[in-house]
Design a protein around this ligand. Structure first.
Ligand code: AMP
Length: 528
């Protein structure tokens, strides 16, 4: 097993890695970091969720000097990714004087020009806007000795090929070039032959893994309401002992705290705890004083507790092996176990990879609604109350209070107040932020979308229906009318799955073409 300390990274960077809460390098990082540090060109086949950003980001920041010129450029397909990569690089550079700047279309160019003038070492940008700056001469790349093409296949799909080539030509010839891409179509290979010198290719060679025979499900969730979704899932399950996995130590701390605040019996476990602390947490897990153990992969590795009923992947695992490892913590010794994975739209691809490599299919489930959770809670309260009323417990002190109150208040009012006192902490009240697509001219209960691909892109209603159902893990019945035109398509889906269809399609391709999806505009009423 590799450690971050094995890499020739300066202690300021090691400290930043520690602060970010990473415990050990992910497989793609393990292979890429030493190679990039050595200096050769590299092609990495990896998608979001594998840790690819830090795989190039750590050696990139390591190599930056304090010369006040742009020394590295990262090209990304979208502004979201540019911002995300920039954020990650900034965290890596926390203790080093390296200035990073994202530049993308849609933001005021004047603002970017001012920021560039102040001195920037690493530029992260979308090809169009970078080229714009080059033409205005507000950005110079002649001192760039490191070029990263991130999500290269997406960039080509979006038609950025020429822009990319024009940008590459502005960089120093003796630069180091890194290319990351989830897929390796011909155009990518052509691009690499043209602009890279003897690149090494890194793919994660996957060991055969087979998932244990336990129930495996996934929930579609959104990043911004992930915690709320988790709580609803937990509230609607009969959990004996559960292990909840997070990607980082920091993630473990944050989630543990959030769950404790909401009244769950949860404790965190990760590599920064002392042995004594760890033993204490494990002991309380074993004797069920806590019901949820929140852990990183590393911390959970040695755990051997027989009766874990639930494994929850709050963050999707970085590779299939880790998935198999995690879920193997439940369903031991012939007991029933269930593994639940939370998946955001951008992580759907990673889920499909996990399924393929571990040769399993995860059943899709929808996050229970507030009402469903409430209904379940109510039946639990009823059971508890009945058990108390029929049991032998000494209730004299409470009975006295009731007697006193009964003189002034009706019995029902007293009972309601007593219940809310007892159970209010177990009701999670935060309502999910709902997506509002406005009036899209759809039939009742549906949302209508406009898609930029039509017959010329070989879109056919029947196939599209199946593809979308598969992509978002929904029943084909949730997908309504599909009208395919020459160059575009109108698509209706049920309100429940609409946000997910929207998010998932926004980040995907159909027939090799990038999808642009928008809520449709209501049809104009022509006869009035
Ligand atoms: P990426 O695949 O680069 O989009 O990264 C996905 C997420 O994993 C990001 O939130 C990273 O901060 C996180 N991450 C990257 N490397 C590691 C690591 N070695 N351990 C834990 N989390 C990581």
């Amino acid at each position: 097993m590799a450690h971050f300390s094995d890499f020739a990274l300066h202690k300021t960077i090691q400290q930043a890695i520690h602060d970010m809460g990473f415990e050990e390098p992910s497989p793609i990082q393990e292979q890429c970091i030493p190679k990039i540090l050595e200096g050769g060109d590299l092609i990495g086949q990896a998608q979001t969720g594998t840790g690819k950003t830090a795989a190039f980001g750590l050696p990139l920041i390591e190599k930056m000097t304090n010369r006040n010129v742009v020394q590295a450029i990262v090209l990304t397909p979208t502004r979201e990714l540019a911002i995300q990569v920039s954020g990650e690089l900034r965290k890596i550079a926390k203790y080093k004087r390296v200035h990073t700047l994202p530049i993308y279309g849609g933001q005021s160019i004047g603002h970017q020009i001012r920021a560039l003038k102040q001195g920037v070492h690493v530029v992260i940008g979308t090809p169009g806007r970078v080229l714009d700056h080059l033409r205005r001469k507000t950005l110079k790349l002649d001192q760039v000795n490191m070029l990263v093409l991130d999500e290269a296949d997406e960039m080509l799909d979006m038609g950025f090929q020429e822009d990319i080539e024009s940008i590459i030509k502005e960089t120093a010839a003796e630069r180091q070039t890194l290319l990351f891409s989830a897929t390796m179509p011909q155009e990518i290979l052509r691009l690499s032959r043209k602009y890279m010198s003897n690149p090494e290719t890194v793919t994660i060679t996957r060991k055969e893994v087979t998932a244990p025979n336990i129930e495996q499900v996934y929930y579609k969730v959104f990043e911004r309401s992930k915690l709320e979704s988790l709580c609803r899932i937990l509230d609607s399950e009969e959990i004996g002992l559960g292990i909840v996995f997070c990607r980082t130590k920091r993630g473990v701390d944050e989630l543990t705290e959030a769950l404790q605040e909401r009244g769950y019996m949860a404790s965190g476990l990760h590599g920064d705890l002392s042995q004594a602390q760890r033993d204490k947490v494990m002991q309380s897990f074993r004797d069920s004083t806590i019901e949820l153990l929140i852990a990183t992969d590393v911390a959970a590795r040695g755990i051997d507790v027989g009766n874990v009923s639930h494994v929850v992947n709050y963050d999707i695992p970085q590779d299939p092996e880790s998935y198999v490892h995690r879920i193997g913590r439940t369903g031991r010794a012939g007991r029933h176990g269930i593994a639940m994975t939370l998946v955001t739209p951008r992580e759907m691809k990673q889920l499909r990879t996990i399924e393929k490599v571990s040769k399993t299919t995860l059943q899709s489930r929808t996050v229970p609604s507030f009402e469903e959770v409430m209904e379940r809670q109510q039946s639990i309260w009823k059971e508890q109350l009945i058990a108390l009323m029929e049991g032998e417990a000494d209730v004299t002190p409470y009975a006295d209070v009731i007697k006193q109150l009964q003189a002034e208040y009706p019995a029902e009012k007293i009972a309601v107040a007593a219940l809310s006192l007892a159970f209010s902490s177990s009701v999670s009240s935060a309502e999910e932020e709902a997506y509002d697509f406005g009036d899209t001219g759809a039939s009742k209960g549906m949302v209508r979308f406009f898609l930029n691909l039509g017959r010329t892109a070989d879109i056919q209603p029947g196939e599209l229906n199946k593809e979308i159902a598969e992509l978002v893990g929904a029943s084909t019945k949730a997908i309504g009318r599909i009208d395919v035109f020459e160059n575009f398509t109108f698509l209706e889906v049920s309100q429940e799955i609409a946000p997910f269809v929207y998010e998932a399609l926004r980040h995907s391709r159909l027939r090799g073409k990038r999808v642009n999806i928008e809520p449709a505009k209501p049809r104009t009423k022509r006869n009035k």
